[in-house]
Design a protein around this ligand. Structure first.
Ligand SMILES: [Zn+2]
Ligand SMILES: [Zn+2]
Length: 279
């Protein structure tokens, strides 16, 4: 049997209408509105997520795992929550496509996989996403897709700094770790957690050793500094589970480092909680 070659589709989102940055920082499964190509897109086809607007460019790569389906019949309807939308353009008869996210880069860097960067690429620059970027779903010819994936894979992940995307694809463990870090670095979640913490605490402190960094260091440096740790390891979460505030704990850099000192962060955290009980 001849195996059909996977096609690549580019999905463009406008941050003015949909907060895709926050969504991608906290989820690894996304539904996209798919008004065209609905009879063409197949499971296993590749997906490129593209941010429109001032910081335009490629921000994630993934694979199609749910073929175009009416919104009322998709597998994980809870992921269509309205909270990421700034307008209510969603409709139950909208055709949605399910994409499993493999790698995300949310930090804008003009020299990396931005629209500005691809304008200089002899192949990509001729594509509609550069010349006339109106629409939501674009099919990419093989050469265009190859050129884009090449640049994506050649750029080290500036946001993570510890890994390149090819390594992420190769090693499930590393991918999970990177995903863990990405969730912890989501500024929207961080802000929400800190705000929530201050409803029951007078000041920000480490939830393990209780250090107040603002007291220990000059406030010019420590003001507002605290790290956020995600309690549930990614591996025990369902593919699509969004992050909740109760899944997060505020830690000073030392405690956070200790929690991640060995692979079993969940156990380390529990042990350290006990350790600090009688300190
Ligand atoms: Zn601490
Ligand atoms: Zn952590």
């Amino acid at each position: 049997m001849i195996k059909k070659m996977a096609n690549t589709y580019l999905f463009q989102g406008n941050p003015r209408y949909y907060d895709m940055d926050t969504y991608l920082a906290t989820h690894s499964y996304i539904y996209w509105r798919c008004p065209n190509y609905k009879d063409k897109i197949q499971i296993g086809d590749k997906a490129i997520l593209w941010r429109a607007g001032k910081k335009a460019g490629m921000i994630a790569v993934g694979v199609i795992v749910e073929i175009p389906t009416p919104a009322s019949k998709i597998q994980f309807p809870e992921l269509l929550g309205q909270r990421f939308w700034t307008s209510d353009e969603m409709d139950v008869d909208d055709i949605k496509i399910g994409i499993k996210i493999k790698d995300v880069r949310l930090t804008y860097d003009e020299s990396s996989t931005s629209r500005e960067h691809f304008k200089l690429n002899p192949i990509v620059s001729k594509h509609r996403i550069i010349t006339n970027p109106t629409g939501t779903v674009f099919k990419l010819e093989g050469a265009v897709a190859d050129a884009m994936f090449l640049d994506w894979n050649n750029t080290s992940d500036l946001e993570i700094g510890e890994s390149t995307s090819s390594e992420i694809f190769d090693s499930e463990g590393k991918y999970r770790y990177v995903l863990h870090k990405r969730r912890e670095r989501s500024s929207a979640l961080r802000k929400a957690k800190v705000k929530h913490f201050l409803t029951t605490n007078d000041f920000i402190h480490c939830e393990l050793c209780r250090v107040n960094l603002n007291e220990k260091y000059p406030s010019s440096l420590s003001e507002g500094y605290i790290e956020v740790h995600h309690i549930n390891p990614i591996s025990t979460l369902a593919e699509h589970t969004p992050t909740h505030i109760d899944d997060l704990i505020l830690l000073c850099p030392n405690c956070h480092r200790m929690v991640h000192r060995t692979k079993d962060a969940e156990k380390n955290l529990e042990d350290l909680k006990v350790w600090f009980l009688d300190k």
